[in-house]
Ligand binder design. Sequence first.
Ligand code: ATP
Length: 287
Amino acid sequence: MDRIERKAYAKINLGLDVLRRRPDGYHEVKMIMQTVDIWDLLTFQKSGKKGVFLSVDQEGIPTGKENLICRAAGMIMGKYGISEGVEITLNKNIPVAAGMAGGSTDAAAVFHGFNELFGLSMTSLEMQQMGVELGADIPYCITGGTALSEGIGEKLTQLPPPPECSLVVVKPDISVSTKFVYENLHADQLKEHPDIDGMAEAIRTGSLTGITERMGNVLEMVTIKKYPVIARIKELMLDKGAENALMSGSGPSVFGVFKDKDRAEAAAEGIRKEKLAPQIFVTGFKR
Ligand code: ATP
């Protein structure tokens, strides 16, 4: 096989808590991760020309070593002594610098893609152990679905999919640096923490209300302080019938959970009219 395609799905955080800042600078987190049906498409083509060549259909995304795709590819090729060339194309659809793990999920797709293209027989665990060296969200992105993520993101507990519902995901026209948000979070001063264990239990028992009433993200306080438009979008979602709305990851994407697609479509239309954000998706959980 010389050419394969692979979809790389985005994630949202139904809940995100930060427990503490470790002495090595990493933050210990406790998050509920959920794959959503918004994806990038990666194509891998073996090539006679040595090296990794990445092309991206969107401006502003690095195509060299700063791209997690190239870093993952380089890591795998080094470990397995692959000397053949590979051309990779990325069709970007996931909002960038948005809190939706766009780069991490692309890197995870590289692990799966190379595994298949070169018949490497890497297990999920092996891919996750390599992936965490490049980014804390990559181990989760290797398996996807619904998961409780702990440690720095490497300790994963798979959960059943939550009940069916619709989502509206809104990405305002700002890019948020994950590093900035964590640097400005004072984990030891947090007074309130979302009930992540309770949410995991609500997922296990299939209670959508149990999930939505526990949605919380401690990073909101940092990002919303800098970008109040996020709070405005959350309010709009609630006004327009969302069960609840939350910022994903370090932001600025906001998602609203709706009981059905008609309500979600109507809310998206209403939010579009406010002209607060250029990217608005009506989507759902990817099972
Ligand atoms: P996370 O949710 O993991 O914090 P994010 O959604 O906030 O991620 P990304 O979309 O991964 O952020 O992009 C953050 C930065 O990483 C971008 O500004 C870009 O320069 C760089 N980057 C590296 N690899 C990629 C990639 N494959 N796709 C998009 N951006 C990438």
